[in-house]
Ligand binder design. Sequence first.
Ligand code: ZN
Length: 304
Amino acid sequence: MRQNLRGRKMSQEDLFLSADEKERYLRQLSMADWSEEDQLKLKRLRVTVMGLGGAASSIINNLLLLGVGKIEAIDQDTVELSNLNRQFIHNVDHIGMSKAESLKIYARRLNPNVKVITTQVKIDETTIDETLDPKTDVIIDTFDKWAYRSIVNRFAVEHKIPYLMAGVVSNCFYTALLHSPHTPCLNCLIGRFQDPSVVGSFQTAIFAINILPIAAMGAFSIAELIKYLKTGESTNQFYFGSLYNTKQDIRFFTLFLSKHFKKISQEQGVKWGTVWESEGMTKLKLSKDPACRICGNSQFDEKN
Ligand SMILES: [Zn+2]
């Protein structure tokens, strides 16, 4: 029996592309660096997406169009009018509907080959173990609060699940595919989510946000996932992209950075402040924080 990257047995339908799929994906199958085997790797992929807002809209849209096998999506909210400048998997007919249900309708119309399972639940320390599947192939965390992300990160580290974290701040975006114990975990990089002096200043903020950095983030994030599918390992890179060279307020990202992340940034010539003023992509090679309280003294071996 053949197995996927995470050792899960494949079903019979995971071994072939149907005639419908071959026609649907014809143009991407024609790309020089994209084979039928690559398409099958995508078809076999089970992805868990945390949150169904703007970042998830961009990411899920790409997953649906590219032809991933199965999406399990988790969100507790309902659709509101003020979501619709960016959360394009939802629409005006779905205001008041759960985002989970709204996604199902969007996905069915866009690509019925993709299985979509949704759960409407608030993720916290008490619900995560019963909600998330430890056998999932990758967790994509689009939550907008670092405290929630830390709960998801802990689950990913414990079960050695690749963890794609992605988000936007002003007209900038960031993404990294982490896979502890081979790479750092989220806590190695973003360590100040429990610091009251940092968290308190964001309690009542309404974050300015539009679709442009979200769209760019979705492309870069899923490109990282495809690189992982093709090679079996994370690039261990952090990407920070900026659409304009005007003053961008990025404190929602930088105030939470760990000392370790600031140190490796500085070593690579990047200095973070509360404002970002350059255009284009910044790339950083990542490393683990030996003192990380989540993955620093990992009880897990290095085999998986
Ligand atoms: Zn760590």
